[in-house]
Unconditional design. Sequence first.
Length: 49
Amino acid sequence: MTAVRGGRAAAFLAEVEQDDPQEVMARWTGQYRRGNERSAKNHPRNARR
């Protein structure tokens, strides 16, 4: 678990407002390895309601 404070927290929140929160968290935590996050976002099963 990681705590983000100060300027980094503000940068993270600003990025979350502009993009998919799960994708942003994956990039920030380094769990963005497989490359299927972008294609999975467009899958019908993951469609936003």
